[in-house]
Design a protein around this ligand. Sequence first.
Ligand SMILES: CC(C)(COP(=O)(O)OP(=O)(O)OC[C@H]1O[C@@H](n2cnc3c(N)ncnc32)[C@H](O)[C@@H]1OP(=O)(O)O)[C@@H](O)C(=O)NCCC(=O)NCCS
Length: 238
Amino acid sequence: MSDQGVSTRMKAVEHTSLRGDDRPLVVVGAGGFAKEVLASYGDISAVVSSAPVFGLVDDDTSLHGSLVFGHPVLGDLQWLFEYGISRVRCTVAIGDPRSRARVVRRLDEVGAAYANVIHPTAVVWGRIEDDAGVVALPFGYVSAGAYVGRHTHLSVGALVGHDVRVEAYATVGPWADINGHCVVGEGAYLGAHAALRQGVTVGAWATVGMCACVLNDVPPGATVVGVPARPFGEPTTF
Ligand SMILES: CC(C)(COP(=O)(O)OP(=O)(O)OC[C@H]1O[C@@H](n2cnc3c(N)ncnc32)[C@H](O)[C@@H]1OP(=O)(O)O)[C@@H](O)C(=O)NCCC(=O)NCCS
């Protein structure tokens, strides 16, 4: 492996490594995305010293006591607060940006600490906030000059181009492609294989449908679909 390969790999995993903090990881939300977060964390732990996984929490009581990717669903958020929020670090694995933001708000109120989960195959040349609950699944790419805000989810193969800004709580779907100088607003959701022309702004809490090709700015809360992308339905707010 070349020197560049080594340094890129380490830059990705250093986001999740102990960073002087060996408190165990709690994954908040026990749905499908949680499995991918735990699988990624397992791959990270194989290449860098990482804190253990404590388990998951979810407000769906029917999940309590079950296993998700081999880890127990311990209880709900209240259970975690009573256990002691200061004893763990959290990664919120809730796919829907609005639900994720609401849960983070509850966690922030009690002073929760967060861990990033950045898969070792992700390439990070840009800036991801430290200890900010960011998830990047395999083959994520954050190019030079790009910025990724707290509690953002980058799905498998998500491409964040050079000088792009992705604000907090955004979701970049599988193989979505954000080209240079775009801005993805707070809580915006980009569906699988969506593509953004360079320089486009997607407003806060907007949705870009699967495979849409976005040529123009998307207003806050709007949904767009198709090639080229056109508005669909009524805009919503947070
Ligand atoms: C755009 C989207 C949010 C709309 O969801 P919805 O409101 O439930 O839409 P519906 O399934 O009721 O479909 C409504 C109409 O939009 C069309 N449509 C839905 N998604 C579309 C898309 N991505 N591109 C083009 N047309 C789409 C449907 O064909 C339907 O058309 P019709 O009224 O002429 O029959 C959703 O389809 C989508 O693309 N979500 C992203 C999913 C994804 O990428 N998941 C990856 C996991 S991270």
